[in-house]
Design a protein around this ligand. Sequence first.
Ligand code: SF4
Ligand code: SF4
Length: 382
Amino acid sequence: MTSDTSSQIPLSLIAELTHRCPLHCVYCSNPVEMQKASSELPAADWIRVFHEAARLGILHIHLTGGEPLARADLEELIAGAHGAHLYTNLITSGVGLSEKRLAALVEAALEHIQLSFQDSQQQSAEEISGTRSHDHKIQLARIIQKFQRLSRLAFTMNVVVHRRNIDRLDEIIALAEKLVPDRLEIANVQYYGWALRNRESLLPTSRQLEQARATIESAKARLLGRIRIDYVAPDYYARYPKACMGGWGRRLLLIDPSGNALPCHAAVVIPGMKFDSVREHSLEWIWRQSEAFERYRGEEWMPEPCRSCERRELDFGGCRCQAFLLTGNPSATDPVCSLAPDHHVIEEQLLRINRICEQVSDRFPEIWLYRTSSPLPSSRTP
Ligand code: SF4
Ligand code: SF4
């Protein structure tokens, strides 16, 4: 039986073309188990899926990874997505992207590029990514500017912020003013994957967040009409959770490199989930009928206090993956909600970090767990 929301049309398809990546970011959400090119969906299958997506009513495709540039057939994939009348967006670290290859991607009909930066300062950026890549990104942004002018390529600069770089927001925004993206997205770390393992070192303090909010507000006013700034606050400090992925199985569909379809990139952590593959099923069947997409659609699964809460159609009870990671129960109210019975796990964490940072220093502790070739340590937080 399918729920009413299965009749909704998804807006975007997130195509994780590969999990291979030359960077080792300490907040990466990708596992490393699927890093072999041989396990990846071939271009012909991806292009079939793009056409199925368009028939389902999807408008945008986000080509991401890992690092999508690791796919030698990326030009073919972009042309295939364009041929299916999808708006093409490439999300990239830029490592491995030359002017010549960017020209080929634009020629293949790339319409939007999102280039990630780890910081405004080279040393810190390279400590976070575990890779020497910062100078290349700056050079690449200048090359992208040419394509903005000549080919109307839209450009977003993405920056992930956390305790170690959020005090440099002024500098980060100043860097954006030099690189002139159309849009600057500043997003706080979401605590899944490697970020959850590095949470002690990444969680900002409340003092830092207050300052960040003021900096963002003043930059938004100053840059109005020149650079659009989008800021994603950390949900650990929020009163209510975000509508994760716009609600489970409501807005977005993600396909992993091997062809499995997921309602959210972190959903693999939830035990007992079965993810159907586009190698065996149509995208429409997966969206409308697969067990994984049906599991947390609607309100039937909701416990109290969500079940009778007036916000349940706004945030859909928060994130199922976060609920599992922090409580061991994927059906629990997301503990970041101030009304959740398990909210104390968030409060205790914030109290601890804020107290330690006040007493010791913002740099406590300094040991990173990098995304390397070893598997992600056990998914649940201890
Ligand atoms: S977060 Fe960093 S390591 Fe992970 S896929 Fe993106 S660029 Fe690669
Ligand atoms: S109780 Fe549930 S529905 Fe209400 S605000 Fe919290 S997470 Fe959202």
